[in-house]
Write a protein that binds this ligand. Sequence first.
Ligand SMILES: NC(=O)c1ccc[n+]([C@@H]2O[C@H](COP(=O)([O-])OP(=O)(O)OC[C@H]3O[C@@H](n4cnc5c(N)ncnc54)[C@H](OP(=O)(O)O)[C@@H]3O)[C@@H](O)[C@H]2O)c1
Length: 309
Amino acid sequence: MSTWTLRDVPDQTGRTVVITGANTGIGYAAAAMFADKGAHVVLACRDPRKAADAVTRIHAMRPSGSVEPGLLDLADLDSVAAFAKALRAAHHRLDVLVNNAGVMWSPLSRTAQGFELQFGTNHLGHFALTGHLLPLLLRTPGARVTTMTSLAQKFGRIDFNDLNWRRRAYSRGAAYNQSKLANMMFVLELQRRLTASGSSMVATAAHPGWTTSELTRHSPAAIRWISTLAGMKPEVGALGLMRAATDPTAASGSYWGPRYFFETKGLPSSARMNRRAEAAAVAGQLWEESAALTGVTYPLPVGRSVTDV
Ligand SMILES: NC(=O)c1ccc[n+]([C@@H]2O[C@H](COP(=O)([O-])OP(=O)(O)OC[C@H]3O[C@@H](n4cnc5c(N)ncnc54)[C@H](OP(=O)(O)O)[C@@H]3O)[C@@H](O)[C@H]2O)c1
C-alpha cells in the first residue's frame, strides 16, 4: 500500500526549483508544496498576470514562502531561450526543473516556430528548456529534472514522417498521445545520456492519473463535468510529481503515478512503464529530431553510444 504524502517530501530549504505551468492545476499545487517545504520556487508561466496572481495566492497561504514569477511561453522557442537566459543570470543553482506545463486536445494550431501545438508545447518546448538550463543543473550537486507525462502515452505513436501533422489528417487525441509518449522517451533518453556522460544528475517522470484541472478546457462539456466530479484534487494529483522530484530513493529513469484503479487514483507509487517508451532506438532518433527542430543541443560529452549503456 502506498502511503507517501506531502509529509514525506524532504526539507527543501536552500534549494531552487523551476516549475512550468505553475499558475494553475498540478503545477500550482506543486509550487505551493515546494514553497511549504522551504524551496525558492520560480513559477514559469506564459501569462504574467496569472503568474503574479499565483504568487499572491501562495504568499497569502504561506507568508514565509519564497516564490517568484517567470515569463515562459513554451510555444515560442525565443521565449524559452529568453527565460533560460534570465534564470541563468539571476540564479547560481537549479536543484529541480519540473517540466509540468501542458495542453491537451487543442484544435490544430501551431507554435511560433510552426510546430503542432501539443507536440511543440508539451515536448519540444520542454526539450529546449531543459537543454538551455542543463549547464546550471549540471553545476548543482544532486540536481534533478522531472517531466510530466500521462497514461495517454500508452496510446502514443511517434510518427517520424510527420511529427508536426503537416501531411496526415489531424487528430487532437493522437497528437496529445504522441506528445506524452515523447515526454516519457525524453526522460529515458536523458537518463541514458547523463549516465553515458558520467553525470549523476537524475531524470525522472510522473503522471497524475485523473486529476481535476483546467486541462480539459478543449474537451467536450460532458468530459469536463465528469472530470470535475471524479478527478483527484490537484494537491493529491501532484504527489506523484512531488515524489519523482524529491524522493531520495527515486532512481534516474524512474516513473511515478497513482497506485489504484489502473493508476488513475491514489497516493503515488512506482508506475508501470510503457514498453513503447523503452524503445531506445526510437528515443534516440526522437532526441536527434528534437535537437534539429529546436536548434538546441545538450552540452553532454558523448563518450560512447548511448544505446550501449
Ligand atoms: N489533469 C490530469 O488528469 C492529467 C492527466 C495526465 C497528464 N496530465 C499532465 O499534467 C500536466 C499539468 O496539467 P494540469 O492537469 O495541471 O492542467 P492545467 O490546469 O490546464 O495546467 C496546465 C498549465 O500549463 C500551462 N501552459 C499551457 N501552455 C503553455 C505554454 N505554451 N507555455 C507555458 N505554459 C503553458 C498553463 O498555462 P495557462 O493557464 O496560461 O494556460 C497551465 O499553467 C500537463 O503536462 C498534463 O498533460 C494531467
